[in-house]
Ligand binder design. Structure first.
Ligand code: AMP
Length: 501
């Protein structure tokens, strides 16, 4: 029997093969499947099936998982929506996806009720359906691999909403890739604190678990002290996080050994080399970094066996192809740096009802192969694999020289007193742009010393020309720094200071 073609099929197989094995906290595979099928039957009764959209606007919970799986079993298209969204963003996503219903928690209901005129489904009630053995089980819709499974809206804050259309085949391919590359087995226990509305938590964390017959310990949110305690007790064999979580673990976890954890994964933003190194020193664990995106799940991963190099994201997942192209015209790059293109069964079908955005993001090469243009710059080294240099839009060009912000940020983070930082370009009459650093700092930060060290380590044009201390960098739900906001703050300052009218 080959690998499962859809996530419901994977769950069916696991529930048949090992019904008593634990899947989600203390819920077994058989219980999880039965609960999801009961939810599917109730969704169908309400017309939420067969390609209708079911939005999920809630924090992580068991009911979220039942709603997601119930939606898939019913043949609906599930729309996991960032729970940190407030009125405008939420309305944008729900209207664009034209959701038939929105599943909400007690916490998220208020915003949803104030914003939306759509049907709201209470996750508490839905959880009751899952547990009620008097309710009928749905006959699974048995979706085909090419049918749409989920829409995930990309985190961009400007322009039209872009819902990446991931098919059932995409989700199965992503789950197969991560479980193969990272050697998951049914004995694994994953501690998952990442949000399920994002592809890292959902596509790798939850779907990977169901695909491999493993168990997931699901948390509503990340709490460094709780995570450190759970890992130290040996209750989990894997932990997936974003870079800020590893920074928080370093700040909060003392020197407890995490010897039971076989795999720490970081992604969604660059893991600073200094954090990778500090984590290895303190906890004796080499974090595996991967590179991914909503549109294709995951493309690159550090080796599971063999050396992992700080600051790199390694090699393509099995079945995934990655190429580098000059960003402007798609021709091969003369130097080693280019835009990262991704092709494979994991790459999404395009953007929901948005042909313009789809046409801009996908290209078909002379051989007929379809590639996704990631908008990220990177380079390749045969031993270390790929290194991500940052978003094309964030590249700073100063006096004709390219500055990759990640390189400067990595150096800054090595300096005492720098807790977090972001380097962005500021418009400059003479040089086009100049690099400017925003730094979250402790009192021990000495700006003069910092600049001296940077001048010794970096080419002079890369050294930030302004340093702004900031209490907290603006971040999105995945912990990614909101650089457009920082740039806007700089140009707003410029406008105020500059000539008026
Ligand atoms: P999202 O669609 O929200 O997951 O964002 C995807 C983007 O996150 C990518 O296009 C990259 O810019 C960034 N990203 C993801 N993983 C990494 C990584 N390991 N290193 C650097 N950037 C990353």
């Amino acid at each position: 029997m080959g690998p499962a073609m859809t996530i419901p099929e994977a769950l069916d197989r696991r529930a048949a093969a090992a019904p008593e094995a634990l899947a989600l906290d203390d819920v077994s595979y058989a219980e999880l499947r039965a609960g999801a099928l009961r939810v599917a039957a109730q969704l169908r009764r309400r017309g939420i099936a067969d390609g209708e959209r079911l939005a999920l606007y809630a924090e992580n919970s068991r009911a979220f998982v039942y709603a997601y799986l119930g939606g898939l079993y019913a043949g609906a298209i599930v729309v996991p929506t960032n729970v940190l969204y407030r009125e405008a963003d939420l309305a944008r996503v729900i209207d664009d996806s034209d959701a038939r219903a929105v599943a909400v928690s007690q916490q998220s209901r208020t915003v949803a009720a104030a914003t939306l005129t759509r049907e709201l489904l209470d996750l508490d009630e839905l959880r009751g359906w899952a547990a009620d053995s008097n309710l009928p089980l749905a006959l699974p819709a048995n979706p085909r691999p090419e049918d749409l499974a989920i829409l995930i809206y990309t985190s961009g804050t400007t322009g039209r909403a872009k819902g990446a259309m991931l098919t059932h085949g995409n989700l199965a391919a992503i789950a197969e890739q991560v479980t193969t590359a990272w050697h998951w087995t049914s004995r694994d226990v994953l501690l998952l604190t990442l949000p399920l509305f994002h592809v890292h938590g959902l596509g790798a964390g939850l779907n990977g678990t169901l695909f491999s017959g493993a168990r997931v310990l699901l948390r509503e949110r990340f709490d460094a002290v709780e995570v450190a305690a759970t890992l130290a007790k040996g209750e989990a064999s894997m932990f997936f996080g974003v870079p800020t979580m590893y920074v928080r673990l370093l700040e909060n976890a003392g020197a407890v050994p995490f010897e039971h954890v076989r795999l720490f994964v970081s992604g969604s933003a660059a893991l600073p080399a200094s954090v990778h190194e500090a984590f290895a020193r303190r906890f004796g664990a080499s974090i595996l970094e991967r590179y991914g995106s909503t549109e294709f799940g995951f493309a690159l991963t550090n080796r599971y066996r063999g050396p992992r190099y700080a600051g790199t994201v390694g090699f393509p997942f099995p079945g995934v192809e990655v190429a580098l192209r000059a960003p402007e015209d798609g021709s091969p790059v003369p130097s080693n740096v280019g835009e990262i293109l991704v092709s494979g069964p994991n790459v999404c079908a395009g953007y929901w009802r948005n042909d313009e955005a789809t046409a801009a993001a996908f290209i078909v090469d002379a051989g007929g192969k379809r590639w996704y243009r990631s908008g990220d710059l990177g380079w390749f080294d045969p031993e270390r694999g790929y290194t991500i240099a940052g978003r094309i839009k964030e590249l700073i060009i100063s006096g004709g020289f390219n500055i990759y912000p990640l390189e400067v940020e990595d150096e800054l983070l090595r300096l005492p007193g720098v807790r977090a930082c972001a380097v962005v370009g500021k418009p400059d009459a003479a040089r086009g742009e100049i690099p400017v650093a925003f730094i979250e700092s402790g009192p021990e930060l000495d700006e003069q010393m910092l600049l001296e060290v940077l001048r010794a380590r970096l080419a002079s044009f890369k050294v930030p020309k302004e340093i702004h201390r900031i209490d907290a960098l603006p971040r999105n739900a995945m912990g990614k720094v909101d650089k457009p906001r920082l740039r806007a703050a700089l140009s707003a300052t410029g406008r105020t200071d500059g000539p008026q009218g």
